[in-house]
Design a protein around this ligand. Structure first.
Ligand code: GLU
Length: 373
């Protein structure tokens, strides 16, 4: 058994899934559970830890408040309306339960753009940091009232990971309806074993998550592994832990029964972690073998090595980078729009001026490049 990263963690993000907080059939809050969680938050704050909550449940609460049967499939507009009604209730509930413990909360509703756009990202980071400095507990959700599928993170697992990366958290804990990652689907295979620690996200680990009795709610095991990747690369450890117990943080701390995904040791800069953590890159650049080699040597990406371009993006947007087999090699901020990259792909850097009418350099400068290991 490893030493729990929780012990040393100073800044912790707790992700609370809908099913832990809300009775699905009635839309009411599981208040005994929430009060126990609030006691945990208080207890760990008193030990000098900073706690951030990423909470789901707006949709589930709002649906019921609007008198919509919980089994009813909603249109996008109805879902957004339910989130609007639910979120204000959710905020009030957290505010009340923490006020009973003399702790202030601050609500932050994030959109995907708030994490993908550098200025907005830094702004959100400042606000969360300031709330923590002032001793408040940030309570965060995605702003579901305006987000549609294409412009949404969509699950609070990755949102929590992105928040963890944003604020340099030491640990992100996904409280879930499952104890962690198993070697096989524990609902179908009684020999399935809980994996206590993952140091590297290998193909074998991804295969285990494939269809592995994923948690109910929006994020299954696959999104939890994406969240783990975001955290690990950013130097933050992440746990998947059973949330459906009273005092879930104390339980995790005392039993360490969960799966820990350990932070990578080679810390990269916060800026590179942000680039690598882009949740929805706007496009894709496919590289030839020479450019792949240069990338691994830490060099900038030149137009000559680009075989093809996908998606529509503008200068400054994040794009993913693959080799010709489609293997993802990293992400970067492009210096050109997709139309421009299409024109200069495969060409020498010295030809850029002739083609585009202005002098230009690399497509992605190495400072703007995050390469996977
Ligand atoms: N943001 C959604 C809500 O509050 C939940 C997303 C998720 O559960 O991952 O209803």
């Amino acid at each position: 058994m490893i030493n729990s990263p929780l012990k040393k963690a100073k800044r912790i993000v707790l992700k609370i899934g809908s099913s832990l907080l809300v009775n699905e059939s009635t839309g009411t809050i599981k208040s005994t559970w929430l009060n126990a969680l609030a006691d945990d938050v208080l207890k760990y704050r008193q030990q000098g830890k900073e706690i951030v909550i990423v909470t789901s449940g707006a949709g589930a609460v709002g649906k019921h408040a609007l008198g919509l049967p919980y089994t009813k499939k909603l249109t996008l507009a109805q879902k957004q309306a339910a989130a609007a009604v639910g979120q204000i209730r959710l905020a009030r509930i957290y505010q009340a339960v923490m006020a009973e413990r003399d702790v202030k909360v601050g609500q932050i509703l994030l959109t995907l753009e708030d994490s993908e756009d550098r200025h907005r990202y830094l702004n959100a980071r400042n606000t969360i940091n300031t709330l923590l400095e002032m001793g408040a507990v940030p309570v965060i959700n995605e702003n579901d009232t305006v987000a549609t599928a294409e412009i949404k993170v969509g699950d609070n697992d990755r949102l929590a990971a992105r928040v963890g990366q944003m604020i340099g958290a030491d640990a992100v804990i996904l409280f879930s309806d499952i104890k962690g990652l198993y070697t096989a689907n524990p609902k179908k295979d009684s020999s399935a074993q809980l994996i206590p620690v993952v140091e590297k996200l290998t193909d074998e680990i991804y295969a285990m998550a494939d269809g592995a009795g994923s948690a109910v709610g929006t994020g299954g095991m696959a999104t939890k592994l994406q969240a783990a990747k975001l955290c690990m690369e950013a130097g933050c450890s992440m746990a998947i832990s059973l949330g459906a117990v009273l005092f879930p943080l104390t339980k995790l701390d005392t039993t360490n029964e969960c799966t820990w995904f350990l932070a990578e040791k080679n810390a990269i800069s916060a800026r590179k972690a942000w680039i690598g953590g882009s949740i929805k890159p706007k496009g894709k650049l496919v590289l030839d073998a020479g450019a792949v080699k240069a990338l691994h040597q830490g060099k900038s990406l030149l137009p000559a090595g680009i075989k093809s371009v996908e998606g529509t993006f503008s200068h400054g947007d994040a794009v993913s980078i693959t080799d010709e087999t489609g293997k993802i090699l990293g992400k970067g901020l492009t210096a050109y729009s997709s139309d421009e990259v299409k024109m200069i792909a495969g060409k020498k850097t010295t030809e850029i001026e002739k083609i585009l009418g202005y002098h230009g350099d690399e497509v992605i400068h190495r400072d703007n490049l995050f390469a996977e290991e």
